[in-house]
Design a protein. Structure first.
Length: 95
């Protein structure tokens, strides 16, 4: 698979660092935030206008859409792209 979840450094203002999430969920949230911050598009800037309580859910949705888009668009062979998407779908369904 093309994507690996690795924890990123947390800033002191991040609100998800409480007992609402497991360690695995923290790693997934960190991954989503790092992915959103690392792209040179308008999302990191535009997300600042979102209400604070919606930022984290929207970051997670953005990461999902970004990965799906990359899996579909970055492979020139359509059959391989479809296979990659199906493989990712199966992994998501197992979690």
């Amino acid at each position: 698979m093309l994507f690996y979840i690795t924890p990123c450094k947390r800033g002191p203002k991040e609100k998800h660092l409480d007992n609402r999430f497991t360690q695995s969920e923290h790693a997934a949230i960190d991954f989503c935030q790092q992915l959103a911050k690392s792209h040179y598009e308008n999302f990191p800037v535009a997300s600042k206008i979102l209400p604070r309580q919606l930022r984290l859910p929207i970051v997670v949705i953005y990461a999902f859409a970004r990965i799906a888009d990359d899996l579909a668009d970055e492979e020139s062979d359509v059959q391989v792209a479809l296979h990659n998407l199906e493989e990712w779908k199966a992994k998501l369904e197992r979690t």
